[in-house]
Design a protein around this ligand. Structure first.
Ligand code: MG
Length: 351
């Protein structure tokens, strides 16, 4: 059956008769419509999406808007602790809420490779459905394209997110002030090492799990105790070191870290040591780093620790006048070293 051209049939051919994605599933014709109605709508359906218009028309509260978009090309599609589906939801939710915004709506665009097993697509959609529910966001519009075998690798997803920034919240990498405290929400390097060790088939590292998670609930809890958060980011590609370098450069201040305070799971540290990788540069997908005025630090820290995704939150350093634009670290041995920007991409196709 899969080798026959569906356009040759005059009777409706149910989509389930295909075990893999065909070029015709992206044709905009009958098979495209069936793919949407039988695969996408049952997972994501809501009043707006179900209208199947060319755009989503949604209610939007007054105020400032946060808008972000991200493409997900992670390899492998399924990895310990997550998959491309929950990553595509959580990554975009996180980029919206790092502004302090409440994420409201998502758009999702899929590029499918001809021959992709239907079962794989279904598994990814189930995971996206679950992640969107957990984060409390709706997918209100989307797109599906199919490309010839070899023109993409299995499945790529682009998600766009829209949120509302609460009044009085002004979060930016350029807002760091001398004396501010730097708070990290938990352990670093989990996601990147989960991808790398699963790709390399390193059995000793089988306990390494991605930390992929939506952080909007944690952010809401932080803003409840203080709206004075100066800067906030999720240290994804390039890891904690890159995010802090971006902060230091944008605000032209120095950052001094205390290495002993930065939490790394023992299995992640072990994998990093074997592979010669510095966890400071490895991607996270469910962590945030916030820069807050010293007087608010304890309050924000306590709020974070009372949330499941911030239980291991810790102050890792402070903003200083020395060495503007640079990140420095007191090492476990008491020496100081500069924590540079990475030169190139350490791990391709990590998200
Ligand atoms: Mg980000």
């Amino acid at each position: 059956m899969p080798n026959l051209n569906p356009e040759d049939f005059t009777c409706p051919l149910p989509i389930m008769d295909y075990e893999t994605i065909q070029l015709a599933h992206g044709s905009g014709g009958r098979l495209s419509a069936e793919l949407v109605s039988r695969f996408f709508l049952p997972r994501f359906g809501n009043e707006t999406l179900n209208r199947l218009e060319d755009q989503a028309v949604v209610d939007f509260p007054q105020g400032r808007l946060a808008l972000t978009t991200d493409s997900f090309v992670v390899d492998p599609l399924f990895f310990p602790g997550g998959d491309i589906g929950d990553l595509a939801i959580n990554g975009t939710v996180n980029d919206v809420c790092m502004s302090g915004a409440t994420p409201l709506y998502l758009a999702a665009a899929f590029i499918l490779e001809e021959g992709l097993p239907m079962a794989t697509l279904h598994r990814v959609l189930l995971s996206m459905e679950k992640a969107a529910k957990t984060a409390g966001v709706q997918i209100v519009t989307g797109d599906t394209k199919v490309v010839n075998r070899g023109c993409c690798d299995k499945l790529f997803i682009t998600t766009t997110g829209l949120g509302r920034v609460p009044e009085g919240v002004n979060i930016s990498a350029a807002n760091l002030k001398i004396g501010d405290k730097i708070i990290l929400s938990g352990t670093i390097a989990d996601h990147g090492m989960a991808i790398l060790t699963s790709r390399e088939g390193l059995s000793f590292a089988s306990r390494v799990q991605s930390d992929t998670a939506a952080l909007n609930g944690l952010v809401a809890q932080m803003l409840q105790v203080s709206s004075a958060i100066h800067a906030m980011r999720d240290p994804t590609r390039g890891g904690l070191a890159t995010t802090l370098n971006e902060f230091a450069a944008a605000s032209q201040v120095g950052i001094m870290l205390d290495e002993t305070t930065i939490p790394v799971r023992s299995e992640v540290r072990g994998a990093c040591e074997v592979l010669g990788i510095d966890p400071m540069y490895v991607a996270n997908e469910g962590k945030l780093v916030a820069v807050v005025p010293a007087e608010a630090a304890d309050r924000v820290l306590a709020a974070m620790r009372s949330h499941p995704l911030g239980r291991e939150a810790v102050i890792i350093g402070e903003v200083v006048a020395d060495n503007p634009g640079l990140v420095a670290m007191r090492t476990a041995l008491g020496a100081h070293r500069i924590v540079d920007m990475p030169v190139g991409e350490q791990l391709p196709r990590i998200c």
